[in-house]
Design a protein around this ligand. Sequence first.
Ligand SMILES: O=C(O)[C@H](O)[C@@H](O)[C@H](O)[C@H](O)COP(=O)(O)O
Length: 247
Amino acid sequence: MTLEPQVLVHPDADAVAEAAAAAFVHRLASAQAAGMIPQVALTGGGIAETFHRAVAASPGEVDWSRVVFWWGDERFVEADDDERNALQARRALLDALPVDPANVHEAPALTPGADPDATLAVAAQDYAAALREHGASTFTVMLLGIGPDGHVASLFPGHAGVGVEDQLTVAVPNSPKPPPARISLSLPVLNRSDAVWFLAAGEGKADAVRRSLEPGPVAEIPARGVRGLQETIYYVDEAAAPPSARA
Ligand SMILES: O=C(O)[C@H](O)[C@@H](O)[C@H](O)[C@H](O)COP(=O)(O)O
Protein backbone atom coordinates (compact mmCIF):
# COMPACT_ATOMS: atom_id res chain seq x y z
CA MET A 1 0.00 0.00 0.00
CA THR A 2 1.65 3.20 -1.22
CA LEU A 3 0.63 6.26 0.77
CA GLU A 4 2.97 8.73 -0.92
CA PRO A 5 1.33 10.38 -3.95
CA GLN A 6 2.51 8.96 -7.26
CA VAL A 7 2.94 11.29 -10.24
CA LEU A 8 2.44 9.63 -13.64
CA VAL A 9 3.55 11.87 -16.50
CA HIS A 10 2.13 11.56 -20.00
CA PRO A 11 2.88 13.54 -23.16
CA ASP A 12 -0.37 15.47 -23.39
CA ALA A 13 -3.93 15.82 -22.09
CA ASP A 14 -5.32 13.08 -24.30
CA ALA A 15 -2.67 10.64 -23.08
CA VAL A 16 -3.43 11.64 -19.47
CA ALA A 17 -7.13 10.95 -19.98
CA GLU A 18 -6.51 7.67 -21.80
CA ALA A 19 -4.16 6.39 -19.10
CA ALA A 20 -6.57 7.34 -16.32
CA ALA A 21 -9.49 5.83 -18.25
CA ALA A 22 -7.70 2.50 -18.71
CA ALA A 23 -6.77 2.42 -15.02
CA PHE A 24 -10.35 3.36 -14.08
CA VAL A 25 -11.87 0.51 -16.09
CA HIS A 26 -9.32 -1.92 -14.66
CA ARG A 27 -9.94 -0.74 -11.08
CA LEU A 28 -13.73 -1.10 -11.44
CA ALA A 29 -13.47 -4.56 -13.02
CA SER A 30 -11.09 -5.67 -10.25
CA ALA A 31 -13.41 -4.37 -7.55
CA GLN A 32 -16.34 -6.21 -9.10
CA ALA A 33 -14.27 -9.39 -9.42
CA ALA A 34 -13.69 -9.06 -5.67
CA GLY A 35 -17.44 -8.92 -5.10
CA MET A 36 -17.65 -5.18 -4.52
CA ILE A 37 -20.11 -2.68 -5.96
CA PRO A 38 -17.77 0.22 -6.82
CA GLN A 39 -18.79 3.73 -5.82
CA VAL A 40 -17.02 6.42 -7.84
CA ALA A 41 -17.09 10.19 -7.76
CA LEU A 42 -16.72 12.02 -11.04
CA THR A 43 -15.64 15.60 -11.40
CA GLY A 44 -16.10 18.50 -13.79
CA GLY A 45 -13.94 20.58 -16.06
CA GLY A 46 -12.04 20.13 -19.28
CA ILE A 47 -9.78 17.18 -18.51
CA ALA A 48 -12.74 15.36 -16.92
CA GLU A 49 -14.63 15.66 -20.20
CA THR A 50 -11.68 14.13 -22.06
CA PHE A 51 -11.49 11.38 -19.44
CA HIS A 52 -15.21 10.61 -19.78
CA ARG A 53 -14.89 10.26 -23.54
CA ALA A 54 -11.86 8.01 -23.14
CA VAL A 55 -13.77 5.68 -20.79
CA ALA A 56 -16.76 5.61 -23.16
CA ALA A 57 -14.41 4.67 -26.00
CA SER A 58 -12.99 1.69 -24.06
CA PRO A 59 -15.50 0.58 -21.37
CA GLY A 60 -13.82 -2.77 -20.88
CA GLU A 61 -15.37 -5.68 -18.98
CA VAL A 62 -17.07 -3.58 -16.30
CA ASP A 63 -20.67 -4.38 -15.35
CA TRP A 64 -21.72 -0.73 -15.57
CA SER A 65 -25.15 -1.53 -14.14
CA ARG A 66 -23.36 -2.27 -10.86
CA VAL A 67 -21.30 0.90 -10.55
CA VAL A 68 -22.60 3.69 -8.32
CA PHE A 69 -21.87 7.23 -9.52
CA TRP A 70 -21.54 10.40 -7.47
CA TRP A 71 -19.99 13.80 -8.14
CA GLY A 72 -17.28 15.46 -6.11
CA ASP A 73 -18.97 18.75 -6.84
CA GLU A 74 -21.71 20.20 -8.98
CA ARG A 75 -22.70 23.57 -10.25
CA PHE A 76 -26.02 24.66 -8.75
CA VAL A 77 -27.71 25.50 -12.03
CA GLU A 78 -30.78 24.07 -13.78
CA ALA A 79 -30.55 20.40 -14.75
CA ASP A 80 -30.39 21.10 -18.50
CA ASP A 81 -27.73 23.81 -18.17
CA ASP A 82 -24.56 22.94 -20.10
CA GLU A 83 -22.61 23.99 -17.00
CA ARG A 84 -23.84 20.94 -15.09
CA ASN A 85 -21.05 18.44 -14.44
CA ALA A 86 -23.61 15.63 -14.43
CA LEU A 87 -25.01 16.67 -17.81
CA GLN A 88 -21.48 16.79 -19.22
CA ALA A 89 -20.80 13.30 -17.85
CA ARG A 90 -24.08 11.92 -19.16
CA ARG A 91 -23.43 13.24 -22.67
CA ALA A 92 -19.80 12.07 -22.77
CA LEU A 93 -20.03 8.81 -20.84
CA LEU A 94 -23.08 7.65 -18.93
CA ASP A 95 -25.55 7.77 -21.82
CA ALA A 96 -23.22 5.41 -23.72
CA LEU A 97 -23.11 2.83 -20.91
CA PRO A 98 -25.75 0.43 -19.51
CA VAL A 99 -25.73 2.17 -16.13
CA ASP A 100 -28.61 1.65 -13.69
CA PRO A 101 -30.30 5.07 -13.32
CA ALA A 102 -30.90 4.24 -9.64
CA ASN A 103 -27.10 4.16 -9.22
CA VAL A 104 -26.49 7.62 -10.65
CA HIS A 105 -26.69 10.16 -7.84
CA GLU A 106 -26.60 13.67 -9.24
CA ALA A 107 -26.46 16.58 -6.85
CA PRO A 108 -29.74 18.52 -6.83
CA ALA A 109 -30.20 21.01 -9.65
CA LEU A 110 -31.60 24.50 -9.32
CA THR A 111 -35.37 24.56 -9.73
CA PRO A 112 -36.24 26.69 -12.79
CA GLY A 113 -37.01 30.21 -11.66
CA ALA A 114 -35.81 29.61 -8.09
CA ASP A 115 -33.27 31.82 -6.35
CA PRO A 116 -29.96 29.92 -6.10
CA ASP A 117 -28.94 31.73 -2.94
CA ALA A 118 -32.21 30.89 -1.22
CA THR A 119 -32.17 27.18 -2.13
CA LEU A 120 -28.47 26.24 -2.24
CA ALA A 121 -28.12 25.25 1.43
CA VAL A 122 -31.08 22.86 1.31
CA ALA A 123 -29.77 21.36 -1.93
CA ALA A 124 -26.40 20.69 -0.32
CA GLN A 125 -28.15 19.08 2.67
CA ASP A 126 -30.24 16.96 0.30
CA TYR A 127 -27.06 15.66 -1.37
CA ALA A 128 -25.67 14.84 2.07
CA ALA A 129 -28.89 12.93 2.83
CA ALA A 130 -28.47 10.96 -0.41
CA LEU A 131 -24.90 10.08 0.60
CA ARG A 132 -26.11 8.90 4.00
CA GLU A 133 -28.83 6.82 2.38
CA HIS A 134 -26.99 5.37 -0.62
CA GLY A 135 -23.30 6.04 -0.12
CA ALA A 136 -20.88 3.30 0.83
CA SER A 137 -18.30 3.81 3.55
CA THR A 138 -15.65 4.61 0.97
CA PHE A 139 -15.43 5.57 -2.66
CA THR A 140 -13.49 3.13 -4.81
CA VAL A 141 -12.13 5.99 -6.92
CA MET A 142 -12.41 9.74 -6.39
CA LEU A 143 -11.68 11.63 -9.64
CA LEU A 144 -10.56 15.22 -9.17
CA GLY A 145 -9.30 18.04 -11.33
CA ILE A 146 -7.08 20.74 -9.88
CA GLY A 147 -7.63 24.42 -10.47
CA PRO A 148 -4.72 26.78 -11.18
CA ASP A 149 -5.27 28.06 -7.62
CA GLY A 150 -5.08 24.55 -6.17
CA HIS A 151 -8.82 24.07 -5.68
CA VAL A 152 -10.36 20.62 -5.88
CA ALA A 153 -14.05 19.92 -6.39
CA SER A 154 -15.50 23.27 -5.26
CA LEU A 155 -13.22 23.76 -2.29
CA PHE A 156 -11.31 26.96 -2.99
CA PRO A 157 -8.28 28.51 -1.30
CA GLY A 158 -9.22 30.77 1.57
CA HIS A 159 -12.88 29.76 1.45
CA ALA A 160 -14.64 28.51 4.57
CA GLY A 161 -15.76 25.34 2.80
CA VAL A 162 -12.23 23.95 2.86
CA GLY A 163 -12.36 23.77 6.65
CA VAL A 164 -15.76 22.08 6.95
CA GLU A 165 -15.20 18.85 8.89
CA ASP A 166 -18.63 18.10 10.35
CA GLN A 167 -20.70 18.02 7.17
CA LEU A 168 -20.74 15.64 4.21
CA THR A 169 -21.34 18.43 1.72
CA VAL A 170 -20.60 22.12 1.47
CA ALA A 171 -22.81 24.83 -0.02
CA VAL A 172 -20.58 27.22 -2.00
CA PRO A 173 -22.44 30.41 -2.93
CA ASN A 174 -19.44 32.38 -4.16
CA SER A 175 -17.18 30.19 -6.23
CA PRO A 176 -14.42 32.24 -7.86
CA LYS A 177 -14.75 29.84 -10.79
CA PRO A 178 -18.10 30.45 -12.50
CA PRO A 179 -20.84 29.55 -12.06
CA PRO A 180 -20.78 30.89 -8.50
CA ALA A 181 -23.30 28.61 -6.79
CA ARG A 182 -22.01 25.09 -6.21
CA ILE A 183 -22.34 22.01 -4.04
CA SER A 184 -19.15 20.23 -3.04
CA LEU A 185 -18.29 17.15 -1.06
CA SER A 186 -16.44 18.22 2.06
CA LEU A 187 -12.77 17.42 2.54
CA PRO A 188 -13.43 14.51 4.92
CA VAL A 189 -15.74 12.92 2.34
CA LEU A 190 -13.27 13.44 -0.51
CA ASN A 191 -10.80 11.61 1.70
CA ARG A 192 -13.15 8.67 2.25
CA SER A 193 -11.70 7.19 -0.92
CA ASP A 194 -9.58 4.14 -1.49
CA ALA A 195 -8.01 5.84 -4.51
CA VAL A 196 -7.74 9.57 -5.17
CA TRP A 197 -6.80 10.36 -8.75
CA PHE A 198 -5.99 13.91 -9.80
CA LEU A 199 -6.18 14.74 -13.50
CA ALA A 200 -4.26 17.81 -14.64
CA ALA A 201 -2.86 19.04 -17.92
CA GLY A 202 -1.30 22.25 -19.18
CA GLU A 203 1.34 24.57 -17.79
CA GLY A 204 -1.37 26.56 -16.04
CA LYS A 205 -1.67 23.69 -13.56
CA ALA A 206 2.06 23.14 -12.96
CA ASP A 207 2.31 25.48 -10.00
CA ALA A 208 -0.81 24.09 -8.30
CA VAL A 209 0.31 20.50 -8.86
CA ARG A 210 3.78 21.20 -7.50
CA ARG A 211 2.50 23.11 -4.47
CA SER A 212 -0.14 20.48 -3.72
CA LEU A 213 2.69 17.97 -3.32
CA GLU A 214 4.54 20.22 -0.88
CA PRO A 215 3.73 20.53 2.83
CA GLY A 216 1.78 23.61 3.80
CA PRO A 217 -1.67 24.89 4.78
CA VAL A 218 -4.55 23.06 3.14
CA ALA A 219 -6.50 26.32 3.19
CA GLU A 220 -3.87 27.69 0.81
CA ILE A 221 -3.87 24.74 -1.61
CA PRO A 222 -6.93 22.51 -0.95
CA ALA A 223 -5.51 19.74 -3.17
CA ARG A 224 -2.90 19.27 -0.42
CA GLY A 225 -5.68 18.00 1.79
CA VAL A 226 -6.93 15.15 -0.37
CA ARG A 227 -5.20 11.80 -0.21
CA GLY A 228 -6.48 8.28 -0.84
CA LEU A 229 -6.70 5.65 1.85
CA GLN A 230 -4.81 3.23 -0.37
CA GLU A 231 -3.36 5.38 -3.15
CA THR A 232 -3.09 8.90 -4.51
CA ILE A 233 -2.14 9.27 -8.15
CA TYR A 234 -1.55 12.42 -10.16
CA TYR A 235 -2.17 11.82 -13.84
CA VAL A 236 -0.46 14.81 -15.44
CA ASP A 237 0.99 15.84 -18.75
CA GLU A 238 4.56 17.10 -19.13
CA ALA A 239 3.45 20.72 -18.97
CA ALA A 240 1.72 20.25 -15.59
CA ALA A 241 4.31 17.88 -14.13
CA PRO A 242 6.34 19.05 -11.13
CA PRO A 243 10.13 19.28 -11.74
CA SER A 244 10.65 16.29 -9.44
CA ALA A 245 8.61 14.07 -11.76
CA ARG A 246 9.89 15.25 -15.12
CA ALA A 247 12.06 12.80 -17.07
O1 LIG B 1 -16.91 21.92 -11.27
C1 LIG B 1 -15.72 22.12 -11.56
O2 LIG B 1 -15.32 23.10 -12.17
C2 LIG B 1 -14.70 21.09 -11.20
O3 LIG B 1 -15.12 20.15 -10.37
C3 LIG B 1 -13.40 21.72 -10.82
O4 LIG B 1 -12.89 21.31 -9.57
C4 LIG B 1 -12.46 21.31 -11.92
O5 LIG B 1 -12.20 19.90 -11.83
C5 LIG B 1 -11.16 22.07 -11.86
O6 LIG B 1 -11.45 23.45 -11.85
C6 LIG B 1 -10.29 21.72 -13.08
O7 LIG B 1 -11.01 22.07 -14.23
P1 LIG B 1 -10.25 22.05 -15.69
O8 LIG B 1 -9.85 20.63 -15.92
O9 LIG B 1 -11.30 22.53 -16.65
O10 LIG B 1 -9.07 22.96 -15.55
